[in-house]
Design a protein. Structure first.
Length: 330
C-alpha cells in the first residue's frame, strides 16, 4: 500500500487534479465489516479501483456506476468478472511482464525441490532423523538432462523453458494453442499435443491461464498418461488440476511427485491430503512474491490506472477494445 501511495504522490497537482477518485484495496476479504462498508462507500464514488486479490462481482459493479477502470495486481484475472466488466465498458488492467522472471524462478524452485526431495530431506534433518549416511531410500531424481514439458507457452512458460534448456540442458516440449517458432529457434523446443507431452516429459509444468478450457485439464486420464517417475509442477491455478485425482495418482504411484504453488482452495487447509504427502512440495502461492516484484507489480497497477484515468492510456490492459473510452483514447 505504501508503494502505491508513493506512486500516486509522484504526480504533480495538475495531474492529480485530473485524476478522478481511486479506491485502493489490497484484499477485500481481509477487511473487517466496518472497513468493507467504508470501501464500498468509496467504491460507489470511485472512477478507478486498484488492488490485489479484488473480490469484485456484478453486485459490487452495480454499486459503482462511476467505475471506469479496474487494475489488478496480478497477471491472472480469473478472479474478476471480465464478461460483466466488458458489458459495462469497464477497463481491466493487469501486471504481466514485471512478474515473468520471478514466477519462472518459482517454477524452477519447485522443480528442484520436487525432483531432489529438498523439503522432505530438510525436515528429516531438522527433526533429528538423519542418523546414518543417506542411501537409496533418500535419493531424489536428476533435473539436468530430463525432458521438461511446459503446458502453456506464454511469457512465463517461455522463461521457464529458457531456464531448463539453457541452465540445465533439458530438452523442451511445449503444448500451446499455437507454435512458438522463436522458442524452437532459440531453445530447440518442440511443439506437441498435450497427450504426447504427458507421455514423454519427465517433468510436466503447468503455466496456463485458468478458464473453462483449462478447468481440470489435469484430470485422472491426463495424469495416467504421464510417466510413472514423472513429476507435476503447478504455478498456474489450482483448478487446472483435479486435486482428488492427483492425490489418488500420487498414492497409487501413477506419477512420482508433485510441486504445487496454487490450489483449488487457498489458503490450503492443513487437513488436505496434498499438505501431508512426502512426495508433494506445497507453497503458499508465492509465484511472484518477492519484495522487488510485488513492488513492481503495484507500481504497474497504479501506473495503469493513472494512465487510463489521466488520458494517456494503460500500460497493460486485458480488454482495452471493450473500454467505454477506447475510441476516444486512440
Ligand atoms: C499474484 C498471481 O500476484 O499474478 C498472478 O496471477 O497469481 C500472483 O502473481 C497474486 O495472486 C496476487 O496476490
Amino acid at each position: 500500500a505504501e508503494r502505491r501511495i508513493v506512486t500516486l504522490r509522484r504526480l504533480d497537482e495538475a495531474q492529480l487534479s485530473r485524476l478522478r477518485q481511486i479506491a485502493v484495496v489490497d484484499a477485500f476479504e481481509d477487511l473487517n465489516e466496518t472497513n468493507q462498508a467504508q470501501f464500498m462507500e468509496a467504491l460507489s464514488r470511485a472512477h478507478g479501483l486498484v488492488g490485489g486479490k479484488l473480490e469484485l462481482d456484478e453486485v459490487m459493479l452495480d454499486k459503482a456506476p462511476s467505475l471506469e477502470v479496474v487494475s489488478t495486481i496480478s497477471v491472472g484475472y480469473d478472479h474478476l468478472p471480465l464478461a460483466a466488466m466488458n458489458e459495462r465498458g469497464i477497463l481491466l488492467c493487469n501486471t504481466p511482464d514485471v512478474l515473468t522472471e520471478t514466477t519462472a524462478d518459482t517454477a524452477f524452485a519447485l522443480i528442484m525441490a520436487t525432483q531432489r526431495r529438498l523439503v522432505e530431506l530438510s525436515t528429516m534433518v531438522r527433526e533429528g532423523r538423519w542418523t546414518a549416511h543417506v542411501d537409496r531410500e533418500h535419493f531424489g531424481s536428476d533435473v539436468h538432462g530430463k525432458t521438461l514439458g511446459i503446458v502453456g507457452a506464454g511469457r512465463i512458460g517461455a522463461a521457464i523453458a529458457r531456464r531448463g534448456a539453457l541452465g540445465f540442458g533439458m530438452p523442451i516440449l511445449y503444448a500451446a494453442n499455437s507454435a512458438k517458432p522463436e522458442l524452437e529457434a532459440e531453445l530447440g523446443a518442440r511443439h506437441c499435443s498435450l497427450d504426447e507431452l504427458l507421455s514423454r516429459a519427465d517433468i510436466v509444468c503447468l503455466v496456463v491461464p485458468y478458464n473453462a478450457d483449462t478447468h481440470h485439464l489435469m484430470d485422472a486420464g491426463a495424469l495416467a498418461r504421464m510417466k510413472p517417475n514423472a513429476a507435476l509442477i503447478n504455478v498456474a491455478r489450482g483448478k487446472v488440476v483435479d486435486e482428488s485425482a492427483l492425490v489418488e495418482a500420487l498414492e497409487r504411484g501413477v506419477i512420482r511427485a508433485a510441486g504445487l504453488d496454487v490450489f483449488a482452495e487457498e489458503p490450503l487447509p492443513a487437513t488436505t491430503p496434498l499438505a501431508a504427502m512426502d512426495n508433494v512440495v506445497v507453497l503458499p502461492h508465492i509465484g511472484s512474491a518477492t519484495h522487488e516484484t510485488r513492488d513492481a507489480m503495484a507500481r504497474r497497477a497504479v501506473d495503469n490506472i493513472i494512465g487510463a484515468l489521466a488520458g494517456e492510456g494503460p500500460i497493460s490492459a486485458v480488454n482495452e477494445h471493450r473500454w467505454r473510452h477506447y475510441q476516444q483514447n486512440q
